[in-house]
Design a protein around this ligand. Structure first.
Ligand code: ZN
Length: 310
């Protein structure tokens, strides 16, 4: 499971940062890529990555401001030209369906794959199967804006083959039964409890991705113990009032959420074009003063979401 930041700028594109989009790459786990937001020219940025648009099966939209959605019509239409036949579902606030369908209709674009929409409510579960769930909550941004929490199911423990060697079990269905934790009687009468030969189950990973928002302390519980938190950082230290007025957060407010929620790693994005070079370093340093495991991300940065080994 990898996160790749496709656009990390706030509001308008700059030479060094495009507008918002994040890819959650789960190629090993499910051969899929999910996007969180799709600002203008996201499809151009994707050209500089290994992502194939037909692998994008879900797009979660945090809110309907243009810098988070203007890339949708272009990406959706190009996906059809690049062999995308698998269906794609877009999750987001009420209005996302209208925006996308109107753009496609007026530009006479006919997709060759099924396109679905799920317009969300205040909070709940946007998607769930037996391997993964996506919960969401409403943030505070002047218009409807969501935070998403991707929760992987725990991985079952592995069969401890070495420990079983002494029993000389022939390859075949008995192994399968032991792996399921069943009680098995071998040919020589030995009884084996499968549960004694299965390693510990591995905790699934959890990633929280926030849309634009003010700092609100009630957001802390939504992020509790996440392996990764991606939070906006439109403003810097000392600009709390400005941040509040414009429905955004500062780097230190994001760090405060991270430290109080006991997350493992904080990534700051939605960086204003006012911050360049040393100013970006300062943004990161100011956040690190509150939460050490903080990094200000840049376009195309890819990070692995690690398993929690605590
Ligand atoms: Zn916004």
């Amino acid at each position: 499971m990898y996160l790749q930041f496709l656009g990390t700028g706030a509001g308008v594109p700059s030479k060094s940062r495009n507008v918002s989009s994040i890819a959650l790459k789960m190629l090993d786990e499910r051969n899929e890529v999910w996007l969180f937001d799709c600002g203008e020219a996201t499809q151009h940025t994707i050209l500089h990555t290994s992502i194939r648009p037909r692998k994008i099966t879900k797009i979660f939209v945090t809110h309907l401001h243009g810098d988070h959605i203007y890339g949708l019509p272009g990406l959706l239409s190009s996906r059809a030209f690049q062999g995308g036949e698998e269906s794609l579902t877009i999750y987001g606030p009420v209005g996302i369906k209208d925006f996308v369908l109107t753009s496609l209709k007026i530009s006479h674009c006919h997709l060759k794959y099924p396109l679905h929409f799920v317009e969300l409510e205040q909070e709940g579960v946007a998607y769930q199967d037996d391997k993964i769930a996506v919960k969401y909550m409403t943030l505070q941004h002047g218009i409807q804006s969501y935070g998403y929490r991707v929760i992987e199911a725990d991985y079952p423990g592995e069969l401890q083959i070495e420990k079983l060697k002494q029993y000389n079990i022939p390859n075949g269905p008995i192994f399968g039964r032991i792996k399921k934790g069943e009680i098995v009687t071998l040919e020589d009468g030995t009884v084996i409890n499968g549960k004694d030969f299965i390693g510990e189950q591995k905790k699934g990973r959890e990633v929280v991705i926030f849309g634009d928002t003010r700092f609100v302390s009630s957001h802390i519980s939504f992020c509790q113990h996440a392996d990764v938190l991606v939070h906006e950082s439109t403003f810097g230290k000392g600009e709390e009032k400005l941040a509040h007025n414009y429905f955004h957060a500062t780097c230190q407010q994001a760090a405060e959420i991270a430290v109080k929620a006991n997350v493992k790693q904080l990534y700051l994005t939605h960086i204003s074009s006012r911050y360049l070079g040393q100013d970006v370093k300062k943004l990161q340093k100011d956040a690190q003063a509150i939460f050490a495991n903080t990094k200000v991300v840049h376009d195309l940065l890819e990070i692995e979401v690690p398993f929690n080994h605590d």
